[in-house]
Ligand binder design. Structure first.
Ligand code: PMP
Length: 388
């Protein structure tokens, strides 16, 4: 029997063996010709994955929070007004982060599991001249999916930059930066991009770069300052070398392989696969009689699912039993409802087989907790949803 468990949390995820092999290859010099080619190619591929032909990609050592931080540090000057479209824990984090750089932050919130209506966001945009608006595409604490396309159109109308926290969405949920008018989208390697943790990834569009260049004061964090990194990204893409800080050579090699696999699948096919797997997972959860955190299906993510526990059962009872059945799931994260729900990640290289194994293990865990349900109903719902 295999002792390796299937990792079905909302990041890190399961990684393709070719990606892990690239990570384990001998480390080369960051100025070696073969690495220059790999870094240059990865930057070009980022543009394609983010669907942002006119954007500037950045690949930096760090996690998703660093990518959030870099956008804040470089785009905000003290006294700027920022609007946070808040759908959970990561909206709160973005607000706190922007305040650190001197922004006056306004949050547009919704009840937990909800998403602010466009009218509410527009009403807030009318109250002041906001330099920047942040939107969490999928808040990993609630599984709520926001309508980035509509929000970006609003931001354009009010001449406000739109920064999308796509940590739980990029390369999974449909996101079209240039077409939709998104000014900056960011993610982390360990999510749908499919590379082990350690890289902060983002693409800055022309308006974001112009706002950065129009700053009147220097960026307060030396390491974060795009002035230091922009020439590095431009150089590697031109197959030249520039140095500011040593790049994460092995992780970038692994990223390049993963981006290649993503583009081989194709972005449209990838969006469709995530949509199908996400819908099948939610169908399974409903068939098992469990509620879900998103208040309606139209605002539920396709990269993850946030099921509510049945009455009397919590993470401490259920998740170890699911793990014993071979699948790792995640506990709750949103402070207001942490004990009430758990999280299933299904992004990146996820397959029908992975989802069936996950729902099967969940059924095993629920049965072990004494929860009454029709055995096999979850697995059957996955197949009924996928076989259309
Ligand atoms: N934003 C969202 C939506 C996330 O899901 C996460 C990570 N779960 C982050 C930001 C922060 O990313 P990291 O943990 O890589 O710093």
């Amino acid at each position: 029997m295999k002792d390796r468990k299937l990792l079905m949390i909302p990041g890190p995820i399961e990684f393709d063996p070719a990606v892990l092999a690239a990570l384990g290859a001998p480390t080369t010099s960051h100025v070696a010709p073969d690495f220059i080619e790999v870094f240059g190619q990865a930057l070009e591929r980022m543009r394609e994955v983010f669907l942002c032909p006119d954007g500037q990609p950045f690949i930096m050592a760090g996690s998703g929070t660093l990518a959030m931080d870099l956008a804040g540090a470089n785009l905000i000057e003290p006294g700027d007004k920022a609007l946070v479209v808040n759908t959970g824990y990561f909206g709160d984090r973005y607000g706190t982060l922007l305040e650190r750089y001197g922004a006056e932050v306004t949050h547009v919130r919704a009840p937990v599991g909800g998403c602010p209506a466009l009218e509410e966001v527009e009403a807030a945009l009318k109250t002041a001249r906001f330099k920047l608006m942040t939107v969490t595409h999928v808040d990993t604490s609630t599984g709520v999916l926001t309508d980035v396309k509509a929000l970006a159109a609003l931001a354009r109308q009010y001449d406000t930059l739109i920064v999308v926290d796509g940590v739980c969405s990029v390369a999974g949920e449909e996101l079209r930066m240039t077409e939709w008018g998104v000014d900056l989208a960011l993610t982390a390697s360990q999510k749908a991009v499919g590379t082990p943790p350690g890289l902060a990834l983002f693409v800055a569009g022309p308006r974001a770069l112009a706002a950065f260049k129009a700053r009147t004061k220097p960026v307060l964090n030396f390491y974060a300052d795009w002035t230091n990194w922009l020439p590095v990204m431009e150089a590697y893409e031109a197959r030249k070398v520039a140095y500011f800080g040593t790049p994460a050579v092995n992780l970038i090699a692994a990223l390049n392989v993963s981006l290649g696999l993503i583009l081989k699948e194709g972005m449209e096919a990838r969006f469709a696969r995530h949509r199908a797997i996400g819908e099948a997972c939610r169908a399974a959860i409903a068939a098992l009689g469990l509620g879900q955190v998103p208040l309606s299906p139209d605002i539920a993510a396709h990269t993850m699912t946030a099921p509510r526990f049945p009455a009397g059962i919590g993470a401490a009872e259920l998740l170890p039993k699911v793990s014993a059945a071979g699948v790792m799931l995640a506990a709750g994260l949103h402070p207001a409802i942490r004990a009430e729900y758990f999280r299933i990640g299904h992004m990146g290289v996820v397959t029908q087989g992975d989802l069936l194994a996950t729902i099967g293990a969940l059924e095993t865990g629920l049965a072990g907790c004494g929860y009454a349900f029709e055995k096999g109903a979850g697995v059957a719902a996955v197949m009924a949803s996928l076989l259309v």
